[in-house]
Design a protein around this ligand. Structure first.
Ligand SMILES: Nc1nc2c(c(=O)[nH]1)N[C@H]1C(S)=C(S)[C@@H](COP(=O)(O)OP(=O)(O)OC[C@H]3O[C@@H](n4cnc5c(N)ncnc54)[C@H](O)[C@@H]3O)O[C@H]1N2
Ligand code: MOO
Length: 404
């Protein structure tokens, strides 16, 4: 085990993520919003599949109206009324027109639609006082051409993706089964919410912080019981969680304290310790392990550190495992909003929020960067990774940032 950096740990986990082994379920389109598509969806039919009218009006031949003027109006015979959803009966020949509704198929021979407000008409005739020069016909395939790749495998389905798929008449699609992430909070100091506060104890906040990010990633957060710092109980809890979850995440017990048992838990349950104590802050105290084909992430107990460990090391792996094709957070360049006076001997994950000034993206570091505080993640929508060995940073410096 010689994995020390954030990138090495992230790459190590990525190698273990085999999305092709994830179960696929076929679900109704209406249940598929924000699920991850497990198949390419290609258009089998063009949309629309026939030439259709853009307006309620008359279908006619432009040539028949070329001489129309207020002084010399042109009157055409109306052969039929074509509602949307029906099939025209007669072709449009010289001197003929058909009354047509928006969305109805354009009859053969017609090359234009005129809105009825621009005409005068009776039941059997339509009269024009100007030539018709716009077609107002929606051609087949204008919206979607046949054989177009509509939505690629691995995409999180948006509203417009679902509508495009529905436009093909498809009722059910294959999506990856949602990953179940088991969350175990370890620590004898932890109290569950709803119980009275006791001196020296704290409420268990980590599952809410991590579980929120997990749900935002379209995975199921499985909130498991808290476990006190007791080796047997910890081993049992991790083994149980492995049976029913795709990934198990623990918090606490990875540092140097007398009761920081997580590395020993991994050894006792026969897991492979992939890495422990990485060179970044906050969150580097974490460990990664592999057991029964599944990954266990032992994150720091400190909330601010657990969050950065999950975001930077855990999520690329979990996103890949969930079937997503975009496995890393979107990256961009931002300008540092204010001076950041500390140097960074090891890789530093700086929490910040975005501001726009004069159309430019600015990264403002949060005033609270403490690894121990839950509030250090409030309003955090950007993370900057400051390379090891960086000197203090000045306002206006360019930073590579991840958009959360
Ligand atoms: N001698 C050393 N001490 C520490 C080191 C070190 O290198 N040498 N590293 C420090 C760093 S950095 C971190 S981060 C923490 C990591 O500690 P653990 O992961 O072992 O976590 P705990 O000690 O169990 O807890 C740390 C802190 O977080 C609170 N906590 C734990 N679980 C929760 C929870 N579910 N919800 C809310 N808060 C939680 C816990 O009470 C502690 O205050 O170690 C440093 N020490
Ligand atoms: O490892 Mo601590 O997790 O550096 O903040």
């Amino acid at each position: 085990m010689n994995i020390q950096t954030l990138k090495e740990a992230s790459d190590c986990l990525l190698n273990l993520a085999k999305p092709e082994t994830q179960a696929i379920e076929h679900i109704l389109l209406q249940d598929a919003f924000e699920r991850i598509l497990a198949e390419d969806i290609t258009a089998k039919i063009p949309v629309p599949s026939f030439a259709k009218s853009a307006y309620d009006g008359y279908a006619l031949r432009q040539a028949d109206t070329a001489a129309a003027s207020p002084e010399h109006p042109v009157t055409l015979d109306v052969t039929e009324v074509i509602p949307a959803g029906s099939v025209p009966t007669y072709p449009i020949t010289e001197g003929k027109a058909a009354r047509i509704m928006t969305g109805a198929p354009v009859p053969e021979g017609a090359d234009a639609i005129i809105m009825h407000e621009r005409t005068s008409f009776t039941e059997n005739t339509v009269t024009l006082t100007a030539p018709v020069t716009s077609a107002n016909i929606i051609p087949p395939g204008e919206d979607v051409a046949a054989e177009t790749l509509l939505v690629p495998k691995g995409k999180i389905l948006t509203a417009s993706d679902l509508a495009l798929i529905a436009g093909q008449g498809i009722a059910e699609i294959g999506v990856y089964k949602k990953l179940s992430i088991g969350l175990i909070s370890t620590g004898s100091e932890l109290l569950n919410t709803g119980s009275p506060l006791e001196y020296g104890k704290i409420y268990n906040t980590n599952p809410y912080l991590l579980g929120g990010y997990i749900q935002k990633h379209h995975m199921t957060a499985n909130y498991l019981n808290t476990v006190s710092d007791d080796l047997d109980s910890l081993c049992r809890a991790v083994l149980d969680a492995l049976k029913t979850n795709d990934v198990v995440i623990t918090t606490g017990g990875v540092s140097a304290g007398d009761f920081d048992y997580m590395p020993e838990v991994i050894r006792r349950i026969g897991g492979d310790l992939l890495f422990h104590r990485l060179k970044f802050k906050p969150g580097g105290a974490m460990l990664g392990a592999f057991k029964d084909g599944k990954v266990i992430l032992g994150l720091s107990g400190n909330p601010g550190a657990a969050a950065t460990g999950l975001l930077c090391v855990g999520f690329p792996f979990m996103r890949k495992l969930s079937g997503r094709s975009d496995i890393t957070f979107s990256q961009t360049t931002a300008y540092l909003g204010v001076d950041f006076k500390k140097s960074s001997p090891v890789t530093r994950i700086l929490k910040g929020h975005s501001d726009f000034k004069n159309g430019m993206l600015y990264f403002t570091p949060l005033s609270n960067q403490h690894n121990g505080s839950v509030s250090s993640m409030s309003d955090c929508d950007l993370l900057a990774i400051i390379p090891a060995g960086s000197k203090p940073l000045a306002a206006g410096d360019k930073l590579e940032v991840y958009i959360l």
